[in-house]
Ligand binder design. Structure first.
Ligand code: XMP
Length: 520
């Protein structure tokens, strides 16, 4: 158990896909919370954790089924406020003397409107007045009788007990999910709940950092840890955090596959090795990767070659680190929710993610994943806290296979050099115009086609390139960035004048879908 001094809120996870969003809403309110799967939460656990309040999450099970998940009986005798969400509401009602029934014709999935009752509860302060409000429902079963002591504060057409509370015991239960964006004002409910529970909201990213450092030390002891450092935000923050926690017990391996951007390898090595004093192996394996890619033009084959070699190379260097027992990875919460159940909880697996693939098992290493409870913007905030420069934290995403997938068709060293030079001019233009932070990702792709041009009095026959710039929230969908014609014209002129080998510049105005962000 961690030894944090803040008031703690316990979220008992019954397997909802959105449990983590409850934590997210609470962190926005500077509340320290931990999510633990229901199997782990016993009366002894509760006594040890000593929560100031408890939230019961939603979940895929039915409380009517024998053996369905429950919190320990002692929870309701602790004397702390409890909030039940969806399944959490139903399990609360059942355990406290109410009734839950299967939803024959009363299931609700998606948007619904809840109307407030005449009587008021502080839980809804500043949210519901007299009008009905949109919420997001996702339930098959429903509460058909509330437990003694509870009163009704809101109803929806298919959920007569949408909002209930026992104001004396400070128990609250709602049928909908206030944590999701489709309940537009749902954050207010959490705000009211933690206020009613007496939290002061004193937990910050600085506190998270201290806590994460303590956890890393507890987990790792005096053993050695290796970390694959790509120079991206996630792996950089992971490395910095580990460095602060365990110093020279950490060795980072930076695999240079020869497909990086102009000066990128030097910049990453200089920053982490020279500036932050992190033990760093610069594995310059560009020859190996580029020879293996020679003559290959199929995108999937290229990816497989690079992915396979990356693991081989990483293993080769990792084996040189004596006594390494742990592998640190910058896995984020969205990777976790897509690949495995959270914290060993019962969420249903949706799909596997490439970041968590095979490597640790193959190498017999245990994982250290200090970012697995964070969202991307929180990782950036943690990066600030750790002293990483803002320019580094705000870098655009860069794909693992690097320039290989920005060089459609066969990769040659000549094309890579031209691509690097053009990309550097393009990014410089974007920075000069103050647009870098407004754009989610921008890069150049060199096209596998030569075109005729005229420069001075001579004919040219050089490569064409495409500029790409998109805005996106998560990379799943994207819109092309609406540069001005002046910007595009100026950039094209600069690239053609400054980059030998390119005589034509195009701008890619495809959205995703139907396109993808990268060209391969
Ligand atoms: P797409 O091209 O699929 O890209 O629209 C979405 C986001 O993912 C990045 N990307 C990759 N990242 N390995 C990675 O680590 C890959 O193979 C890969 N392919 C695409 C891409 O840069 C964009 O941010």
């Amino acid at each position: 158990m961690s030894q944090i001094t803040h008031d703690r809120l316990l979220i008992i996870d019954f397997g909802s896909q959105v449990t983590q969003l409850i934590a997210r809403r609470l962190r926005e309110l500077n509340i320290y919370c931990e999510i633990h799967p229901y199997q782990k939460v016993t009366d002894a656990f509760l006594a040890d954790f000593a929560p100031r309040a408890v939230i019961l999450s939603g979940g895929p099970c039915s409380v009517i089924d024998a053996g369905s998940p429950r919190p320990p009986e002692g929870l309701f005798a602790l004397g702390v406020p409890v909030l039940g969400i969806c399944y959490g509401q139903q399990v609360m009602m059942q355990m406290l003397g109410g009734r839950v029934e299967r939803g024959h014709g009363t299931a609700e999935f998606g948007r619904a409107f809840v109307t407030p009752s005449q009587q008021k509860t502080d839980l809804l302060q500043g949210w519901f007045d007299d009008t009905s409000e949109q919420v997001w429902m996702s339930h098959g079963d429903h509460v058909s009788a509330i437990a003694p002591g509870f009163e009704v504060f809101g109803t929806s057409p298919n959920a007569p007990y949408a909002i209930t509370a026992d104001p004396v015991r400070n128990f609250y239960a709602v049928q909908f999910h206030p944590e999701v964006h489709h309940t537009p004002k749902g954050a207010r409910l959490y705000e009211n709940f933690v206020r009613l529970a007496g939290f002061t909201g004193d937990w910050t990213m600085a506190a998270y950092k201290d806590e994460a450092i303590r956890k890393i030390r507890d987990q790792v002891g005096d053993k050695q840890v290796i970390c694959g450092l790509s120079g991206g935000v996630d792996s950089s923050v992971t490395a910095m955090l580990l460095h602060e926690a365990i110093g020279d017990q950490l060795t980072c391996v930076f695999v240079d596959h020869g497909l990086l951007r102009l000066n990128e390898a030097d910049e990453v090595v200089a920053m982490f090795r020279d500036n932050y004093n992190i033990r760093l192996i610069h594995a310059d394996e560009s020859e190996l990767f580029l020879s293996a890619l020679d003559g290959q033009s199929d995108p999937e084959t290229k990816r497989k070659i690079i992915g396979g070699l990356f693991i081989d190379v990483f293993q080769k260097y990792a084996h040189q680190i004596e006594g390494a027992e742990f592998l640190a990875q910058g896995t984020l919460y969205p990777d976790v929710i897509e690949s495995v159940s959270f914290s060993g909880g019962p969420s249903v697996t949706i799909k596997s993610h490439h970041n968590v693939g095979g490597l640790p098992e193959k190498m017999g290493l245990k994982l250290v994943e200090p970012l697995r409870e964070l969202f991307k913007d929180e990782v950036r905030e943690l990066g600030h806290e750790l002293g990483l420069p803002a320019s580094f934290i705000g870098r655009h995403p860069f794909p693992g296979p690097g320039l290989a997938i920005r060089c459609p068709g066969e990769i040659t060293r000549e094309k890579l050099e031209i691509l690097r030079a053009a990309d550097a001019v393009y990014i410089d233009q974007i920075r000069r115009h103050g647009l870098y932070d407004e754009i989610w990702q921008a890069f150049v792709a060199i096209l596998p086609v030569r075109t005729v041009g005229v420069m001075g009095d001579g004919r040219t026959y050089d490569f064409a390139c495409a500029l790409r710039a998109v805005n996106s929230v998560d990379g799943m969908t994207a819109d092309y960035y609406p540069f001005s014609h002046e910007f595009l014209g100026e950039t094209a002129t600069r690239i053609i004048n400054e980059v030998k080998g390119i005589n034509r510049v195009t701008y890619d105005i495809t959205s995703k879908p139907p396109g993808t962000i990268e060209w391969e």
